[in-house]
Design a protein around this ligand. Structure first.
Ligand code: DQQ
Length: 578
């Protein structure tokens, strides 16, 4: 009796603490809007070949996997409205990563360990070929805990039904001083050579971001390691960590999570910074004896440095596909319009095109490229071959459906810019702020080489357009050329109340042959660009009002003072995947 009263008292105190301090939400929560069921879904600006649900809110990709010939994508979804809230795991399957069948939600609040929400997590395929999901549940006290879910019927090719064994859940709880509001997003687990499974959970201690490490022999009982896999000061909560091996030598081959400590293998640690809503990764080594990750010295450890994407791309996650031997990256692309616009249009959030990801041959960064399956949507093709772009010129790519197009272009600077006289020197202040450089210089400031690039989703008189472009500089102190890539949305729409921030990143390419390659995927309200063969990626959301349907155009331009050439532009009208 006494024991029960003590327990009850403890529970009351805990509930009081949770209520007073509230569980920190990881997304803005508009309580009055999260159950406003859309009456209509506005088709304008919906995408044709990027993944999106039929209606309502979507955020993080969860537990992507390839199992028995079927790709599975789960994602954070609000079944009742177009803003974040009421989060369940929606589920879709595909045979080619591009055309998807939407199924009913796989995991939804139903037990004390996830009754307030089923948040992000990952899949692991066990050695006996059972897929297992680890996910974050918000329990009845709004604490974040980690849970396990299993397919009910392994012979169902789509794995529609999932169960959450009550005898095991929750697997991990925020005990021993962990912050119950900052304890989430388990990674795919990997099996150490000692026979122990390991998994990371994102967390923070004050302002220090943490990748907590848990170990297990049987995948059911998990013990937190005394040390973290990695942490960094002043980076805040680490959401959606991802930790995976990559092969050295510039091979496109992906590696399974168990590749570790071998010759020619490096590791990537990516974290999504809740405070900044941007992601960073470092390359480094997994030091097996210490069970720790150490980023190589030349990399900035979070908060600035390398990003998968310098535009809108968050809560990303990779998975390894054994058959094709590739690692594939998914990332959530948020809206740039207002919450009220989202409620009006009845939907919010898309996923980027899944990207193959590998280590560049320089070893300095990753390279990403849309999966080859996307090319099955390519239709009629328009080519422009060998065209000179004089200073101030614009060339239309005629006859394309410019709202739904895949365009590849090779710009030719004619020779290595290091040997050219007109190349400007990059001011020191821009080195650490490519985004600011793009914002301050825009397309209007003329340099020696650049700006040159593409104007996509452009209206006839260019009142509306999104500019994806390069500028080339010299850096005598570093004895190299620096290529700045920008995506400038400031003229993308006449619409107001939109976030039109320009984005930018440097492209680490060898310009010895004077060539720069750009691929841009335009899909109504998405402009997803891969510069320098996928070395720098920038994704933007735009909402044109004039540049829609037949009134959208595609141009190449050169506003720099030096003429450049287009070796080739190929643009394909894209079919719809929906
Ligand atoms: N989204 C989920 C969290 C995660 C965040 C909640 C990242 O699990 O930390 O919907 O966008």
């Amino acid at each position: 009796m006494v024991a029960t009263s003590v327990k009850l008292f403890r529970l009351l105190v805990l509930s009081y603490v949770m209520l007073c301090h509230g569980a920190e939400a990881s997304h803005e929560h508009y309580h009055t809007l999260d159950k406003v069921e859309p009456t209509t879904v506005k088709p304008m600006h919906r995408t044709a070949y990027h993944f999106q649900p039929k209606k309502n809110w979507m955020n993080d990709p969860n537990a992507p996997m390839f199992y028995k010939g079927v790709y599975h994508l789960f994602y954070q979804f609000n079944p009742y409205g177009a803003v974040w809230g009421n989060i369940v795991w929606a589920h879709a399957v595909s045979m080619d990563l591009i055309r998807w069948i939407h199924l009913k939600p796989a995991i939804y609040p139903s037990a004390p360990f996830d009754i307030n929400g089923c948040w992000s997590g990952s899949a692991t395929i066990l050695p006996d070929n059972t897929p297992v999901i680890l996910y974050t549940g918000l329990n009845s006290l709004n604490q974040q805990v980690q849970n396990l879910a299993l397919p009910l019927n392994l012979s169902d090719p789509f794995l529609v039904e999932w169960i959450k064994p009550v005898e095991h859940n929750p697997l991990m709880v925020p005990s021993q001083g962990l912050n119950a509001s900052s304890f989430r997003d388990p990674t795919t687990a990997w099996l150490g050579k000692d026979g122990h499974w390991r998994v990371l959970v994102g967390s923070k201690r004050r302002k220090r971001g943490l990748a907590l490490l848990y170990r297990s022999r049987d995948f059911k009982r998990w013990v937190r390691s005394r040390h973290v896999l990695h942490s960094a000061q002043q980076t805040g909560m680490w959401e959606c960590p991802d930790f995976f091996p990559v092969a050295e030598g510039g091979v496109l081959k992906g590696l399974d999570g168990s590749a570790m400590g071998e010759e020619g293998v490096k590791h990537v640690l990516k974290v999504s910074l809740d405070d900044l809503k941007t992601e960073y990764y470092t390359l480094g080594h997994y030091v097996l004896e210490k069970d720790k990750y150490e980023p190589d010295k030349e990399f900035v450890d979070c908060g600035s440095g390398l990003r998968f994407d310098y535009g809108k791309f968050y809560a990303s996650k990779t998975f390894y596909e054994g058959g094709k031997g590739r690692r594939i990256l998914w990332g959530w692309i948020n809206e740039s319009d207002s919450v009220h616009d989202d409620v009006k249009k009845g939907w919010s959030g898309v996923q980027g095109i899944p990207r193959s990801v590998w280590l560049d041959k320089t070893g300095r960064q990753l390279v990403q490229w849309p999966v080859a399956e996307l090319e099955t949507l390519r239709g009629e093709r328009v080519d422009i071959i060998q065209r000179k772009l004089n200073s101030g010129s614009i060339v239309e790519v005629p006859g394309v459906k410019a709202t739904q197009v895949d365009v590849e272009v090779t710009f030719d600077l004619k020779s290595n810019p290091m040997n050219q006289e007109n190349v400007e020197i990059l001011e020191e202040k821009w080195f650490n702020s490519p985004q600011l450089a793009c914002s301050e210089m825009g397309t209007s400031m003329r340099s020696g080489i650049g700006p040159f690039g593409l104007l996509v989703l452009a209206s006839k008189n260019l009142e509306e357009h999104t500019a994806v472009f390069f500028r080339v500089f010299k850096s005598p102190s570093r004895n190299k050329t620096m290529v700045l890539m920008c995506s400038d949305q400031r003229r993308s729409s006449l619409g107001k109340e939109l976030d039109k921030t320009p984005y930018g990143g440097f492209v680490d390419v060898d310009l010895a042959d004077g060539k720069i390659f750009l691929r841009t995927l335009v899909d109504h309200s998405i402009v997803e660009s891969f510069g320098g063969g996928g070395r720098t990626c920038i994704t933007a959301r735009v909402y044109p009002e004039l540049a829609i349907g037949e009134d959208a155009h595609l141009y190449a331009f050169n506003y720099g003072s030096v003429a450049i050439n287009i070796s080739k532009i190929s643009a394909w009208n894209m079919g719809s995947a929906v």
